[in-house]
Design a protein around this ligand. Structure first.
Ligand SMILES: Nc1ncnc2c1ncn2[C@@H]1O[C@H](COP(=O)(O)OP(=O)(O)OP(=O)(O)O)[C@@H](O)[C@H]1O
Ligand SMILES: [Mg+2]
Length: 470
């Protein structure tokens, strides 16, 4: 008899426990759901978080941090050393000091720096950190975020695959944006290897014709008769060897873009025919009387000054004005040396994306590249990097890994002068050579530190490119 209430009580207790288990299970599931949501959000934003317990000296990294650093969580414990090892060697001092200073001054930090991954990939990250202090004022723990901003950083200095941060390149990006929407004949001029074809493709790809054909014709590579049939097509029997009807490049480029490369070399006879197409959009295949019309965007390129060829009587003036409604001049690389480090990073990164391992590049090697005159422009720089990647065999690229023309090139020191006048180009050049160290740059330029600081105060753009204080 006495057992009954005890049994009931027990039964009641079991029910309560079951309820509690169900509640805990629900809570656990909710936590897991939140965790996986957080993970998804971190992955989407490419933003990882870390926490450093300064009392127990334990560092925690979220999965996304491992992903951004390209480290295997099974092989790498989260340590400050492993983190610093992943930071680009040129940025280590900046990162290390930013953290120490932030703990000391209780201000937290907010910086952008580079990572150099084991396979040579360079990433840009935005880091923020805050430290929490105990009642006694001692730091307890630091929490921070790391966001991969490589894509945004690259887009800031590039347009449709054209890399550049020099003012002339920024102007070029603006012009391309303006001309993409309207079909106006554009003439791109610049030395060999400056990126004329790249710009022509960008104009096509960024505009409404992007999903139509981009058809290049090298006007310098074909003899006169052949160029005409190449451009306008021919009918069977039009000339010996014309065994069947053939479409020309104009027809192939219908509703798309025709890129007339090396137009300086076009014969006078073909120039007349081209002028007619540009005037009324009409042409005939060689050997045919049937008139064809085609809506084609014309972009031309010349690596010699076309106006000079007009003055010399080698190129028709009327055609010149027709094809050059929008003239674009690409500066040679020696006139935009501030783009060299950016291009080097870009080509190294491209190589590593394509599966070639690279060990980064030394400051000395960059200095040699900045000093060299690059007669073959960006194409030559791209080849030099490819050559150096192979010669350096995964090690840091040094000047002796370069092709002969560059290797034999000695970096000249600027002469010191008491009243040397500063200009943005040489200041940027000096700062780049000196790895961002302002004191060294001032010495290099032969001016006092104060003079350089005064100059920089008026050039905030230059200042933002410096990541170390001298
Ligand atoms: N600003 C740039 N950013 C990235 N790559 C570039 C840039 N300029 C040129 N290149 C690269 O350099 C190489 C040469 O460029 P491109 O063929 O467009 O030059 P070009 O002016 O047409 O030369 P050429 O007169 O000899 O035909 C290409 O591989 C191109 O992708
Ligand atoms: Mg070309």
């Amino acid at each position: 008899m006495a057992k009954k209430p005890a049994y009931k009580e027990l039964e009641q207790r079991v029910k309560e426990l079951e309820k509690e288990i169900a509640r805990l299970k629900g809570a656990k599931e909710a936590i897991q759901k939140n965790e996986s949501r957080l993970k998804e959000a971190e992955q989407l934003a490419q933003l990882g978080h870390w926490e450093l317990d300064l009392v127990a000296n334990i560092l925690y990294w979220s999965d996304e941090i491992y992903r951004i650093f390209d480290l295997d969580p099974q092989k790498f414990g989260a340590t400050y050393e492993a983190f610093l090892d992943t930071v680009h060697p040129d940025d280590r001092k900046l990162v290390n000091e930013a953290y120490k200073e932030s703990v000391k001054s209780r201000t937290g930090y907010d910086i952008v720096h580079r990572l150099l991954l084991k396979d040579g990939t360079i990433k840009f990250v935005h880091e923020k950190c805050e430290t929490i202090y105990g009642k006694d004022g001692k730091p307890l723990r630091s929490i921070g975020t790391v966001q991969n901003i490589t894509k945004w950083k690259q887009e800031e200095h590039s347009f449709s695959g054209i890399i550049g941060r020099n003012a002339k390149m920024k102007e070029l990006f603006a012009t391309i944006r303006e001309v993409t929407e309207v079909n106006i004949p554009t003439l791109i001029q610049g030395e060999s290897g400056t990126g004329k074809e790249l710009v022509a493709k960008a104009i096509h790809n960024e505009g409404p014709r992007a999903n139509k054909a981009f058809v290049p014709v090298n006007c310098g590579a074909l003899p006169e008769g052949l160029l005409e049939s190449e451009l306008f097509g021919h009918v069977k029997g039009a000339f010996t060897g014309a065994l069947r009807d053939r479409k020309g490049r104009f027809e192939m480029a219908r509703d798309g873009t025709l890129f007339l490369d090396e137009i300086v070399d076009m014969s006078k006879a073909v120039q007349v025919k081209l002028l007619r197409v540009l005037q009324d959009g009409k042409f005939e295949r060689v050997g045919s009387e049937k008139t064809i019309t085609a809506d084609v965007r014309i972009i031309s390129a010349a690596n010699r000054d076309l106006k000079r060829e007009v003055d010399r009587g080698n190129f028709r003036k009327d055609l010149y004005y027709r094809i050059s409604v929008i003239p674009i001049h690409l500066p040679p690389l020696r006139k935009r040396k501030d783009d060299i480090p950016l291009l080097v990073d870009y080509f190294l990164e491209k190589a590593s994306r394509e599966g070639q391992n690279t060990g980064g590049i030394s400051k000395d090697a960059i200095a040699v590249m900045i000093d060299y005159s690059w007669p073959g422009n960006v194409r030559e720089l791209q080849s030099a990097i490819q050559y150096a990647i192979i010669k350096s065999k995964n090690q840091i690229i040094q000047p002796y890994h370069f092709p002969l023309e560059l290797k034999g090139h000695k970096v000249e020191q600027h002469s010191r002068g008491p009243s040397r006048k500063l200009d943005a180009e040489s200041v940027q050049d000096a700062i780049t050579r000196c790895g961002g160290n302002k004191a060294k740059a001032a010495r290099f330029l032969g001016v006092g530190r104060a003079t350089l600081y005064r100059f920089l105060a008026n050039y905030p753009d230059l200042l933002s490119s410096i990541n170390e204080s001298g």
